[in-house]
Design a protein around this ligand. Structure first.
Ligand code: 13P
Length: 287
C-alpha cells in the first residue's frame, strides 16, 4: 500500500540520512526502482512530473501500475507516490487519482499567492493523510538551451511556508535540474544553514540531485536535507546502457530485438544508479 512521505521523512531527519525521490517514466523505471528499494530495505519516493504523468497515460494509469506492482512484486518497504513540481490543478488531479503525496510548486507566484494556494492544498492533504511539499526560491535548470542559475531561497519566506503545515520544504540553494554547468559555484550551504535554523524539524528537500558531488550531498544531509530528488542521472544511465547494447549489435543477435531484452540493460543501469544513491543518502536498511 502506498504511504504518505511523512513518517519516512521524519525518521530520516531525526536519523540524519535522506530518502531518495526517483522520478519514473514507464514500467521499466518503476519496476527497477521498486525492486532496488526492496532489495536494500530502503524507503523510497516515486516522483512523477506532470509531463511524465501525461506520457504514462494519466495519473490514474500511474496509480494503477504502481499499486499493481506493490502487490505483485511483494514490495513491503514504505513507498510514496509523489507528484513532482505540481501545478495547483495537477495537485488536485493527483489527490483525486490516489497519489499518496504531492508537491505544489508555487515558487513562481508572488509569496502571498503561494501561501494562499499552499494553505488550501495543505488542508486537503491533511484530511486525506497525504504528504505535501512546497517550494520557495526556484530551482534553476535548462530552458531553451540556456542554463538558469538556481535561486537562493529567503529563509524568512521558508519559515512562512513551513508554518502552513507542509510536510517537507524544497528551498532553492543554488541547485539546478539536469547536468550542472562547468562553472557552477556549488550549493549555498550558507543559505541551507539559515533555512534550517528558521524551519527546525521540517524535512528539507534537495532538488537537482544529478551530478552533485558526494561530499556536498553529505554536507547537505548533515544540515537538514532529508529528501533528495534524482531524475536525469537515471535517464543518462538508461541511455548509456541502451546505446551500448545497440552499438554492440546485440539487438541483431537472435531475439535481441525483443523489447524485454532490448530494455533490460537500461533497467539494470537504473537499478545500479538507484543503489548507488541510496547508499550515498544513507537510507539502506532504514525501511
Ligand atoms: P535532476 O534531474 O537534476 O536529478 O533533478 C531531479 C529533480 O529535482 C526532480 O524534481
Amino acid at each position: 500500500m502506498l504511504v504518505s512521505a511523512q513518517e519516512m521523512l521524519t525518521k530520516a531527519k531525526a536519523g540524519r540520512y535522506a530518502v531518495g525521490q526517483f522520478n519514473i517514466n514507464n514500467l521499466e523505471w518503476t519496476k527497477a526502482i521498486l525492486l532496488t528499494a526492496q532489495e536494500l530495505k530502503s524507503p523510497v519516493i516515486l516522483g512523477v512530473s506532470e509531463g511524465a504523468g501525461k506520457y504514462m497515460c494519466g495519473y490514474k494509469t500511474v496509480v494503477g501500475m504502481v499499486n499493481g506492482m506493490l502487490e505483485e512484486l511483494r514490495i513491503t518497504v514504505p513507498v510514496a507516490l509523489h507528484l513532482d513540481h505540481g501545478s495547483y490543478e495537477g495537485a488536485k488531479a493527483c489527490i483525486e487519482a490516489g497519489f499518496s503525496s504531492i508537491m505544489f510548486d508555487g515558487s513562481h507566484y508572488p509569496i502571498e499567492e503561494n501561501v494562499a494556494k499552499t494553505k488550501e492544498l495543505v488542508a486537503i492533504c491533511k484530511e486525506k493523510g497525504m504528504s505535501i511539499e512546497a517550494e520557495v526560491g526556484s530551482i534553476g535548470g535548462e530552458e531553451d538551451g540556456v542554463v538558469g542559475a538556481g535561486e537562493c531561497a529567503d529563509p524568512k519566506e521558508c519559515k512562512m511556508i513551513a508554518d502552513l503545515g507542509v510536510t517537507m520544504l524544497a528551498a532553492g540553494i543554488g541547485n539546478i535540474h539536469g547536468k550542472y554547468p562547468a562553472n557552477w559555484p556549488g550549493l549555498s550551504f550558507e543559505t541551507l544553514e539559515a533555512v534550517q535554523k528558521e524551519t527546525g524539524t521540517m524535512p528539507l528537500v534537495l532538488h537537482g540531485g544529478t551530478g552533485i558531488p558526494a561530499d556536498m550531498i553529505q554536507k547537505a544531509i548533515s544540515l537538514g536535507v532529508s529528501k533528495i530528488n534524482v531524475n536525469t542521472e537515471c535517464q543518462l544511465a538508461f541511455q548509456e546502457a541502451t546505446r551500448k547494447y545497440i552499438l554492440d549489435g546485440r539487438d541483431l543477435e537472435g531475439k535481441g530485438f525483443d523489447p524485454r531484452k532490448l530494455l533490460a540493460p537500461g533497467a539494470e543501469a537504473i537499478k545500479n544508479t538507484v543503489k548507488e544513491k541510496m547508499e550515498l543518502f544513507g537510507s539502506v536498511g532504514k525501511a
